[in-house]
Design a protein around this ligand. Structure first.
Ligand code: ADP
Ligand code: TRP
Length: 328
C-alpha cells in the first residue's frame, strides 16, 4: 500500500467566515479529509499581522473551529488545531528566515499591495510567506489545497524547502506539490468585487433572519426596470445563485431573467432561499456545538497534540543538521 498523502491547509481567524471562503476553500478542505492524512489549522500567528485585540483573536479561533465542525469537518479523519499549539513552526520559520533573501520577500504580493496603498507594513507581514512555508514544511506536507491567490506563497515554500535541503545536504524537508485546488471562479461580494473581509462586502455562512436578508438585498445590480429582459451573465445575484442551484434550477432562473417581468428583487429572494436551505443543517449543528464548548476545545487540544508530535519528528533532525541542539 502506498503511503497516504499528507494534506495541509490553514485559514486565518481574522473575521467571520463568508461564502467566498466556503466555496473557495472550506468545502474542498472538508471533501479532502476523505482523501489522505489531512491537517487543517487556524493561522492565528498570521492573523496577528492584522488583528490587535486578544479577546477578538481568541473568539475568532473558537468561531472558526465551530464553523468547520458544523460544516462537516470530522476530527476522527482530519487533525484540526491552532497554529500556536505547535511552537516548532516558529522555530522552523526562524531557521528558514536565515535562508530567505530579502529580495524574495520584496516580491510578495500582499507586501507590495500594502506599499502601493501607502501603508507601512510590519515585519510580520513582510515575512508572512516564511511562516507560511514553515506551516507547510513542518508536517512534511505533500498537498496544499489553497486558492489561486496563494500560489506565490506555495512557490516560495517550495523554493525555501529546496534551499534548506541543498544547504544542509539532505532530504530534511518534503517539497509539496504545486496543487492549487481548482476552485470555483472567484465568488463576488455584494458590491461585485471579490468577496473579502477587507472590502466589507461579505455574505456570512451563518447569517440569519433580518441581518442576512438586509445583506442579500443590498447586492448591487444594474438598473434595468423590472419588466425588461435581463442578461443573467454579468449579474452578481445570478453569479451567487449559480453556487447553490442545480443545473436545471440555473437554467430555469436564467430563462426568467431573459423573459422580463422578473426583477432583481425576485432574484435576491430566490438567492436568500438557496443560502438558508444550503446551510440550514450546518446552522443547527453549529447552535448545538455552541452549547458544548468543552468538546470544541477538546478537538483543538487533541489536534494540537497530534500536530506537535508530527512537527517534533520533523524538527529534531533539522536541529541536529543546523547545530541547534536543545541541551548540552
Ligand atoms: P478574505 O479575502 O476574506 O480575507 P482570506 O484571504 O482569509 O479571505 O481567504 C481564506 C481562503 O478563502 C483562501 O483560501 C481564499 O482563496 C478563499 N477565498 C477568499 N475569498 C474568496 C472569494 N471571494 N472567492 C473564492 N475564494 C475565496
Ligand atoms: N495565507 C493563507 C490565507 O490567507 C493562510 C495560511 C497560512 C495557509 N499558512 C498556511 C494556507 C499554510 C495554506 C498553508 O488564506
Amino acid at each position: 500500500m502506498t503511503k497516504k498523502k499528507t494534506i495541509l491547509s490553514g485559514i486565518q481567524p481574522s473575521g467571520k467566515l463568508h461564502i467566498g471562503n466556503y466555496f473557495g476553500a472550506i468545502r474542498q478542505h472538508i471533501a479532502m479529509q476523505e482523501q489522505g492524512d489531512a491537517f487543517y489549522f487556524i493561522a492565528n500567528y498570521h492573523s496577528l499581522t492584522s488583528v490587535r485585540e486578544g479577546e477578538i483573536l481568541y473568539q475568532n479561533t473558537i468561531d472558526v473551529t465551530l464553523d468547520y465542525l458544523a460544516l462537516g469537518l470530522d476530527p476522527e479523519k482530519a487533525t484540526f488545531f491552532a497554529q500556536s499549539d505547535v511552537p516548532q513552526v516558529i522555530e522552523l520559520a526562524w531557521i528558514l528566515g536565515t535562508l530567505t533573501p530579502v529580495s524574495l520577500m520584496e516580491k510578495g504580493v500582499s507586501y507590495k499591495d500594502k506599499i502601493a496603498a501607502g501603508l507601512s507594513p510590519n515585519i510580520g507581514l513582510f515575512t508572512y510567506p516564511v511562516l507560511q512555508a514553515a506551516d507547510i514544511l513542518i508536517y512534511h506536507s505533500d498537498v496544499v489545497p489553497v486558492g489561486e491567490d496563494q500560489k506565490q506563497n506555495i512557490e516560495i515554500c517550495r523554493d525555501l524547502a529546496g534551499k534548506f535541503n541543498r544547504a544542509y545536504e539532505g532530504e530534511y524537508l518534503v517539497i509539496p506539490e504545486e496543487h492549487i485546488v481548482k476552485s470555483v471562479a472567484v465568488v463576488p461580494g455584494t458590491d461585485g468585487r471579490k468577496m473579502s473581509k477587507s472590502y466589507g462586502n461579505t455574505i456570512p455562512i451563518f447569517g440569519e433572519g433580518k441581518p442576512l436578508k438586509k445583506i442579500v438585498m443590498s447586492i448591487q445590480t444594474d438598473s434595468t426596470p423590472l419588466e425588461d429582459p435581463k442578461d443573467p451573465d454579468g449579474d452578481n445575484v445570478f453569479a451567487l445563485i449559480k453556487l447553490f442551484a442545480s443545473k436545471e434550477q440555473q437554467e430555469d432562473i436564467a430563462a426568467k431573467y431573459r423573459a422580463g417581468g422578473y426583477g432583481y428583487g425576485h432574484a435576491k429572494n430566490e438567492l436568500l432561499g438557496f443560502i438558508k436551505e444550503y446551510f440550514s443543517e450546518a446552522l443547527e449543528k453549529r447552535k448545538q456545538l455552541e452549547q458544548d464548548l468543552n468538546y470544541v476545545k477538546d478537538v483543538l487540544s487533541d489536534g494540537g497534540k497530534k500536530a506537535r508530535e508530527r512537527a517534533e519528528s520533523v524538527m529534531q533532525p533539522i536541529r541536529e543538521a543546523t547545530g541547534i541542539v536543545r541541551s548540552f
